[in-house]
Design a protein around this ligand. Structure first.
Ligand code: ADP
Ligand code: MG
Length: 626
């Protein structure tokens, strides 16, 4: 089945039955049939207007433009478009004027995402002929008949026809359900196959013991929380079973780094190497420093784009950015890969890091992943959750305000800085370019020069970035201005204020991450969300009340769909075009169950496997070549 047939309509136009102008409801798209009245020029604008009557009602049609097409008075017309209200009554602006003999009439017609080069009607014709070919020569259905029957799913060809040219809302829903299920089944079949083809490997010769946990815990500069300890024990258990796939999640500031480094510790102690992948260079440097402190007995190296490629191999912990992915020799010598802030990486990057899954993987995430997402994205992955944060944290107050609040924010900021606080100031910009941050930094230097404001953004040379963060960390600077590079992982316990400009352009989870940068050192924190427009969107207000990262993630998922939690490209990798992870939990569970039993019975038949291969090449890579 070609991808073409999974190029789905953006919306549909219901051209089944025309209504009279009396029945045309404002706020809806309608097909209206009636008799055209005398046209008259429009006042103040180029164009004509004419009434259409029928069923005892009148609707007005506005046709804008220098050469408006208007029907003869008395002609019967068929119009399609959104009905709006106007002082004259219900109206349509520039509606489609349909030919009575149009083959589209009487049907629900798909409208495809279009561009000037690829207009929707062209896609429509292309897909229509692909559908015809498919009907004449139906492909084998990747969903086994027995499952189709048990789950009451319609057949493949019929579903494809319905998703493009629905005969009714109900049959469209059935078709969508089937196609979504199919995607999820394929994906889950991948995971089930992976489990079968990639056994755990041998248990370690020197298993981890309780003493390992205790030794590591007592070497830490703080007392681990109970959550941290239980996650470490779970890691030790997984280690003893052989190769593992774990996801460690916990809210910002819950102390995930120390736990992740425990996993590294287990391997390092046994003479194995470990890779630690960070999403940004600033974060890689920070983790490198922390790791050197927490693992003083082992070799710890930093690998960034600037590091020489011939840096000495040999057992050790290698902390770095995606530059790590290009160090083949390091990868081959390593037994564990840790991916920090894993939501920042795509499936294929993770697969490359673990060399197709031949080493253990510990993913660390501060954006809690709802169960649906975890199942869909990773199949059976053990999830460890840090449920509590270290004690002695301050409370963070969140305030949202409109652009006019800027002056008040500055006043507050001056107060905080004079009292000895330290602040982050984040300026997101649409193009991810540094310009907004650069000019804000310049301004703040003028008004708050004594605080020695520093600037960081993604396009600065890395030594400059490092120097700026260092000055802020040490306290010789009290204000760090930057782009959203500040979002992930930065840990400066003395920072108490976070100002986010253009907060309305960021996702809720992202804002929660930013807010998590302050109030870590025991003093209370303040987070100001500056909206670039009035009124301040409700979602920013909602964040004032919400402090639990899980709740924020759920709200985010409901509001903006799964794309907010994970890289869009990652969803591309997953090949999900129909399934909607925020809605299809039940389907996903069903697909997971079915995939497991199919693999168990070796009943994955040819077509299913072929589809898995062609749809998820990235996943097959994880399987080890497939
Ligand atoms: P995150 O979970 O966001 O990655 P980090 O691992 O960076 O958080 O930890 C945040 C801060 O909390 C660090 O300064 C770390 O040293 C500190 N920390 C971690 N665990 C504890 C603990 N059990 N007690 C006190 N401080 C801790
Ligand atoms: Mg972290």
């Amino acid at each position: 089945m070609g991808d073409l047939l999974l190029f789905l309509p953006r919306r549909y136009e219901d051209l089944r039955r025309p209504v009279t102008p009396a029945e045309a409801l404002p706020g809806r798209r309608c097909l209206v049939e009636g008799s055209a009245g005398r046209p008259s020029p429009m006042m103040g604008r180029r164009g004509m207007r004419y009434p259409v009557t029928g069923g005892g009602g009148t609707m007005w049609v506005f046709v804008f433009g220098p050469r408006p097409m208007v029907p003869q008075p008395g002609e019967r017309v068929l119009l399609y478009g959104p009905v709006r209200t106007s002082p004259l009554g219900p109206c349509m602006a520039n509606p489609k004027l349909l030919d009575r003999s149009s083959p589209l009439l009487g049907r629900i017609v798909p409208v495809y995402p279009s561009s000037r080069a690829l207009p929707s009607w062209w896609m429509r014709n292309l897909i229509l002929s692909a559908l015809e070919r498919t009907s004449q020569d139906p492909p084998e259905d990747p969903i086994p008949e027995e499952i189709r029957f048990r789950r009451s799913l319609p057949d493949l060809v019929g579903s494809l026809r319905e998703i493009h040219w629905p005969s009714s809302g109900a049959s469209w829903r059935e078709a969508r359900r089937r196609l979504a299920y199919q995607e999820l089944l394929l994906l889950q079949a991948c995971f089930a196959l992976r489990r079968r083809m990639r056994p755990l490997g041998a248990a370690p010769a020197a298993p981890a013991r309780e003493a390992d946990v205790e030794e590591y815990a007592s070497s830490l500069p703080f007392r681990p929380t109970r959550s941290q300890e239980s996650c470490m024990r779970a890691i030790a258990q997984a280690f003893n079973r052989g190769r593992f796939d774990l996801l460690l999640q916990g809210d910002v500031g819950s102390g995930k780094t120390a736990v992740a480094l425990f996993a590294a510790h287990l391997y390092l102690k046994r003479g194995r190497s470990v890779l630690f992948l960070s999403p940004t260079e600033i974060l890689a440097r920070q983790t490198f420093q922390v790791a050197r402190r927490l693992l003083p007995d082992f070799k710890v190296e930093l690998v960034t784009g600037d590091t020489r490629a011939d840096a000495s191999p040999g057992p050790g912990l290698y902390v770095g950015t995606s530059a790590l992915l290009f160090r083949k020799a390091l990868g081959e010598a390593s037994a564990l890969a840790i991916v920090d802030e894993q939501q920042r990486f795509g499936v294929s990057q993770r697969a490359a890091l673990t060399r197709g899954g031949r080493m253990s993987l510990l993913m660390v995430s501060a954006t809690p992943i709802p169960r649906t997402m975890a199942l869909a994205l990773y199949g059976d992955l053990e999830v460890l959750t840090l449920g509590e944060s270290p004690p002695g944290r301050g409370r963070v107050t969140t305030m949202s305000m409109g652009p006019r609040g800027l002056g008040r924010v500055l006043d507050r900021l001056v107060g905080e800085l004079e009292r000895g606080g330290r602040a982050f100031w984040v300026c997101p910009s649409l193009e991810a370019g540094p310009s907004a941050a650069v000019s804000r930094h310049r301004q703040l230097c003028e008004s708050l020069g004594w605080a020695n404001p520093q600037l960081v953004h993604g396009r600065m040379p890395s030594e400059e970035k490092e120097a700026a963060v260092l000055r802020f960390r040490e306290g010789s600077s009290r204000l760090l201005v930057g782009t959203t590079v500040l979002e992930v992982g930065i840990d400066v316990p003395d920072a108490t204020v976070m100002v986010v400009e253009g907060a309305d352009m960021l996702g809720l989870s992202q804002l929660h991450q930013l807010r998590g940068r302050v109030g870590r050192g025991g003093s209370d924190g303040l987070c100001v969300l500056l909206s670039s427009r009035e009124p301040v969107p409700q979602r920013l207000k909602a964040l004032e009340e919400l402090s639990d990262g899980f709740k924020v993630a759920e709200l985010d998922l409901a509001e903006r769909g799964p794309g907010t939690l994970h890289h869009l490209s990652q969803h591309g990798d997953m090949g999900l075009k129909v399934a909607d992870l925020s809605r299809d939990l039940e389907l996903l569970e069903a697909a997971r169950e079915d995939a497991a039993s199919l693999v168990e019975e070796w009943a994955i038949h040819g077509e299913l496997l072929r589809e898995v291969r062609c749809r998820f090449p990235g996943i097959m890579e994880i399987l080890g070549g497939g």
